[in-house]
Design a protein around this ligand. Structure first.
Ligand SMILES: [Zn+2]
Length: 293
């Protein structure tokens, strides 16, 4: 709270206090008594207001501080983090700390989510939004981490076809589900253009403008037209089996954006060689020109 808020109270207090000897000098005992009571009341009110205000301005969640061990863990398990310059690594760990303070991570079957699980989830979020000044993660509130894959109805199934899911609308609007083995595998294999954590958070980046439609937040009208044209052409090639972009990207515009963003974040050099116009567009979109990848 700004100290200036106290100025009127301090002035009132001083005026009232200063008037007491003056009134006593002119033998106004009753008035002096009233002024004395007013001083006590105004001081109490000032203290009460101060208490309410300081309570209001206290941050609800303070950023989670990563330990040296956590940072070491990131260099060992998150290839994207390892490739960053030192000062970008500091920004990365700050964002991981903010994410962990803001979003609840629930590991199904455990009292509390393991630290590793938390770091895998938070890193996925930070990587997907990396380079952008905006990161509310599509108003995400909770990530449910399942011990296996799951079915379309969200029930657990080791052989289920779903390993990650975000919701748009409905009761689960602010919830993401991830399969832990798939999440870990996404980071262990760093050259297959696939990572379920980054994929699902790319959907949330797409959702940040209100709809999951393959057109991410922040694009101006002109850029939207360019993007839609690039997307249409690239999807046609995927579906004609003439592309290095994983085939799932050809199923819908929304999947195309998530698949391509994951490809870009995991294998930028390959994307640059194989799909230069798409690479250039994403490079500009994510402001990643200065990052060593
Ligand atoms: Zn998807």
């Amino acid at each position: 709270m700004k100290n200036k808020m106290f100025l009127p109270w301090i002035l009132l207090f001083l005026v009232l206090l200063g008037s007491i000897p003056l009134i006593l000098y002119y033998k106004g005992f009753t008035s002096a008594k009233i002024i004395g009571i007013l001083v006590v009341i105004s001081t109490s009110v000032a203290l009460w207001v101060w208490r309410i205000n300081t309570r209001k301005t206290s941050p609800r969640n303070s950023k989670v501080q990563l330990t040296t061990n956590d940072k070491h863990w990131l260099t060992q398990h998150i290839p994207f983090y390892k490739r960053l310059k030192k000062n970008d690594q500091t920004i990365f760990t700050d964002r991981v700390g903010i994410f962990l303070a803001d979003v609840r991570i629930t590991e199904v079957g455990k009292e509390q989510a393991d630290k590793e699980t938390q770091l895998y989830v938070a890193s996925s979020a930070v990587i997907a939004f990396w380079g952008l000044p905006y990161y509310n993660y599509g108003n995400l509130r909770e990530v449910l981490v399942y011990p296996t894959n799951f079915n379309k109805d969200n029930s657990l199934n080791k052989f289920g076809v779903v390993n990650g899911k975000v919701h748009h609308g409905g009761l689960m609007n602010n919830t993401m589900i991830l399969s832990l083995p798939a999440l870990i595998k996404g980071f262990q294999i760093d050259n297959d253009k696939k990572n379920v954590g980054i994929h699902e958070f790319s959907h949330l980046l797409d959702k940040s403008d209100g709809s999951i439609d393959g057109i991410p937040v922040y694009l101006g009208e002109e850029d939207k037209k360019i993007w839609v044209k690039l997307m249409k052409e690239a999807m046609e090639k995927i579906n004609a089996d003439d592309s290095t972009i994983p085939s799932y990207g050809g199923t819908s515009e929304a999947e195309f954006f998530a698949v391509l963003t994951t490809y870009y974040k995991e294998c930028p050099h390959l994307l640059k060689v194989k799909h230069k116009p798409l690479f250039d567009f994403l490079e500009r979109y994510f402001n990643q020109k200065n990052i060593e990848l």
